[in-house]
Design a protein around this ligand. Sequence first.
Ligand code: ADP
Ligand code: ZN
Length: 626
Amino acid sequence: MTLPDAFAAAATDTDPGMDAGSGAAQEVLRRVFGYDSFRGDQREIVEHVVAGGDALVLMPTGGGKSLCYQVPALVRPGVGVVISPLIALMQNQVDALSALGVRAGFLNSTQFPDERRAVEAQFVAGELDLLYLAPERLRLESTAQLFDRGKVGLFAIDEAHCVSQWGHDFRPDYLALSMLHERWPDVPRIALTATATAKTSDEIVQRLDLGNARRFVASFDRPNIQYRIEPKNKPDRQLLDFIRTEHAGDAGIVYCLSRNSVEKTAAFLTENGVSAVPYHAGLDNRTRAENQTRFLREDGLIVVATIAFGMGIDKPDVRFVAHLDLPKSVEGYYQETGRAGRDGQPSTAWMVYGLNDVVQQRKMIDSSEGDAAHRRQLQLHLDAMLALCETVSCRRVQLLNYFGQHEQQPCGNCDTCLNPAESWDGTVPAQKLLSTVLRLKRERGQSFGAGHIVDILLGKKNPKVLQHDHHELKVFGIGTDLRDIEWRGVVRQLLAGGLLAVHGDYGVLTLTDASNEVLFEGRQVLLRRERERPTKPARAAKAGKAAAAAEMAPADVPVFEKLREWRAATSKEQGVPAYVVFHDATLREIAARKPTSLAELGTVTGVGENKLAKYGEGVLEVLGAE
Ligand code: ADP
Ligand code: ZN
């Protein structure tokens, strides 16, 4: 009998009441995962599911969702079936569970039929604790028959927001999930997501028929992530500076909008001595899989990617997420930045953003497929994202408010808190700009993009201006009190605030109702002052490798480094990511406590029974050699 089997037996031999479930759950947590206590709502969730209840769990990335279904799967009789869209990561999830001594398998389209048959046989024989399943397999009648031949202990629906059309990860296959409840009404279901808007969670409840499920909503704050948004000048240079000064040697994810800029940015970083690999849908499958595996396994590698990358990436020590282009929604931004710092250590969410982002996104919305209502929805998403970029108050407060969490206190760990943004009265410049747009339209019947409007304001007699006789306009040269970059900032902020609109392929500027309030009704315009070079927040230096080391007593640092070397060798030998062997936090605790026996080592957080048996001697040897 394997380890988890013993717990399943322990749980079912006694009365399946709450207490038995709770005791068994605690025992699994300690012996299998090596953790002393549940975090936040985990205990309640686990007990609820162990007792057979349905649950909807809204918890931020890094909050500890996996344990919420893994522990009940081990405690309840039968196999925990996990529906997950993350096919490319199933092998990793199974590896990580195997390292803990948990019997896990997966079924998806990447397997050969004989591999699949072997997993199915294990399932039917009750030789699995957890089975990961791609959602499209639910369409197959053979899958339903398989479930009937074996015993399902629970259904976990991971990334449950994929059922929502409001969100940005909609998967039609997820709609088929409602049949789980219809066909196996007695099997408890637990749906989990890190996407938090009320709209999304209502949709999950409705579409998955979870009306009677208990809802668990955790705080969506990620206090260890520092949020920063800076004006975009030379994005590649800015990124390199940011990495060199704050995250040298750290693992990170850089998001770009296009494949082309992914390739260019990855090449630029590599040329400058920063190890980075590209990831986007245009790469062949092998290269993509290889780059993802390298990112998961190596210490300190950077992945430059389109948003195709990252869902379900559970690498705990991603120290920064950088955006070189504006995400399409706050949901997207929150989810992508949330991939930083799952281990709770200081991390940075850094973004550069400029006028072109607004123009480009607007263009994409105009040319997007779908009806007016759909475009309106995209525009609402963009507006919320722009408001976050332009806010002069705490970014975290605004982010949490967006998700319906009414936080008031400034966080002290975002750029606007650390370096309060100055605002200035931009009413006059706004009027100058808007009246230029208005005159062109009224007097000439023309519309132009931001660059040309700014040239007119600055009184530049360039070929385009001369060609159109725009130097004869009354507004020509009325804006020489601001520089080009400042004018672009004005345009950007007016766009973000809805005081100006941008349209079409050429990104032409047009007035809105609100523009008229500024022009004719004395509406005041407060703008955020642009900093040429944003000063680095004082606490930013805390993030990064140096910081992780700084939290340790100096004498422990060499021990920690030795342990890391041992871990690198061990993980390489076994072909698994370093964090599957032990997390940094575990190595740090070992370095600090320097246990001298297996029993003592077993009390360190993150050292479960299986890992103790597998790695205990090795770790003691490293310590003994000190
Ligand atoms: P999520 O899926 O919500 O993003 P994970 O399940 O990956 O989060 O958990 C995040 C990290 O926290 C993991 O490294 C996990 O091992 C750790 N963790 C989760 N629960 C606990 C706990 N009760 N005690 C200690 N560490 C935990
Ligand atoms: Zn703040």
